[in-house]
Design a protein around this ligand. Structure first.
Ligand code: PMP
Ligand code: GLN
Length: 389
């Protein structure tokens, strides 16, 4: 008789983390046959020219490891785009690194910057990957909540200033902001600049929705402001910009000294990123039209979706950027957000994300998030269902 094997236990490094809300709601949407306006991804395909460019790269034999930092032509194209749009010229060799999506860029930036006991300021509602990444690095997340007023969500910078201590290593920011659709303006930039001036505080700026800013407003990248760019890891993702969330290619732009530290972690984290996708993206980026036209493309969808929602009992919150629309459902129901989102998915056939999932200690505001990165027909079907409520 074989002796039973001793069982092993592993004390979780992330005891509070379960399956992400995006995965949970997508699975429920499939199970219930609901229109999935939950997880943020397009239900339409990317430009066939982009697929052709990646296919051509594979056919040309670009199938082995690229340089650790990314394919030079892609780093050059990224640097040129940033210079053109935001007026800051990064050195493509020393200051741009291609990553496996924004998620890896964020984790890597946090791992290289945050040491045991360092404090990191995060602003709630907060994208789900930030806090676990800070905890894995041994850091302590310090949360400040956005305020919710008649003009939507805003960052209370006086609260952020109060949260700064000698242990503050990093501030995580995200504009355009997931899930609220809020975008930074000059006042936000001025307040942030005042807070960090004269300190060693670094900034991780998650700008994955940089090209989705509406109504003629502009994206205030950290790259526009030399004193902020000098302390920032600026993160973006091709997944959002080119409708290819499944490709997982993104990048980080940061001053040479920060990039050097980033790359020390990056090379042992993924080492390199998919070669043919990088060559394809480099060729495709030569034409700026797709990213320049993205705001108009999504503004049409936002307007179509908002116009339809006007006819429902949801109250619309502002949406200045991203492909997310938040709505207040308190005229319809008083159940908690997670429960409401599940009911909406199961009974009405439209999946949404509870905004409470973006808080460490769930905060109930009666608000859910819809993703409008969908075909117009998909949005129409969802609106018809929502109108029955
Ligand atoms: N940051 C934010 C704010 C996001 O919404 C997302 C994905 N939707 C990411 C980062 C991750 O991007 P990627 O898929 O490129 O890893
Ligand atoms: N970022 C996407 C969203 O906010 C989801 C990405 C994921 O599933 N991790 O919906």
């Amino acid at each position: 008789m074989q002796k039973p094997l001793p069982s092993v236990t592993l004390e979780s490094k992330l005891p509070h983390v379960g399956t992400t809300i995006f995965t949970v709601m997508s699975a429920l949407a499939v199970e219930k046959g609901a229109v999935n306006l939950g997880q943020g991804f397009p239900d339409f395909d990317c430009d066939p020219a982009l697929v052709d460019a990646v296919t051509a790269a594979m056919e040309h034999g670009f199938n082995q490891y690229p340089p650790m930092t990314g394919v030079p032509a892609l780093r050059e194209a990224i640097a040129a785009k940033i210079a053109q749009l935001y007026g800051h010229r990064y050195d493509a060799n020393a200051e741009i690194t291609v990553t496996a999506g924004a998620t890896q860029a964020l984790l890597t930036a946090i791992l290289c910057a945050v040491r045991q006991g360092d404090e990191v300021i995060v602003i709630e509602p907060v994208y789900d990957s930030y806090v676990p990444a800070i905890e894995l690095a041994g850091g302590k997340p310090v949360t400040v909540q956005m305020t919710l007023g008649p003009n939507g969500y805003a960052v209370p910078w006086d609260e952020v200033a109060k949260a700064v201590t000698p242990k503050t290593r990093l501030i995580m920011i995200n504009s355009p902001h997931n899930p609220t659709g809020t975008i930074f303006d000059e006042r936000d930039i001025a307040a942030l600049s005042d807070i960090v001036r004269g300190t060693d505080i670094l900034i991780v700026s998650d700008e994955v929705y940089e090209h989705m800013v509406f109504d003629g407003r502009r994206h205030d990248s950290m790259c526009r402001y030399p004193e902020l760019a000098a302390r920032s890891f600026v993160v973006s993702s091709f997944g959002k910009t080119y409708h290819v969330t499944g490709w997982k290619v993104g990048y980080v732009a940061a001053p040479a000294a920060l990039t050097a530290e980033f790359r020390k972690v990056h090379q042992f984290n993924v080492f390199t990123v998919n070669t043919p996708a990088q060559h394809g993206l480099a060729a495709y980026m030569q034409n700026p039209a797709p990213y320049l036209e993205l705001a108009g493309f999504y503004q049409h969808k936002r307007d179509l979706f908002r116009a339809g929602l006007e006819a429902t009992r949801f109250r619309l919150l502002p949406c200045d950027g991203t492909y997310f629309q938040c709505v207040d459902y308190s005229a319809i129901s008083s159940v908690p957000e997670a429960e409401f989102a599940k009911w909406l998915t199961s009974e009405i056939g439209v999946a949404a994300i509870p905004v409470s999932a973006f808080y460490g200690t769930p905060r109930e505001s009666g608000i859910v998030r819809f993703c409008f990165a969908k075909k117009d027909e998909t949005l129409q079907t969802a609106l018809k269902r929502l109108a029955t409520m």
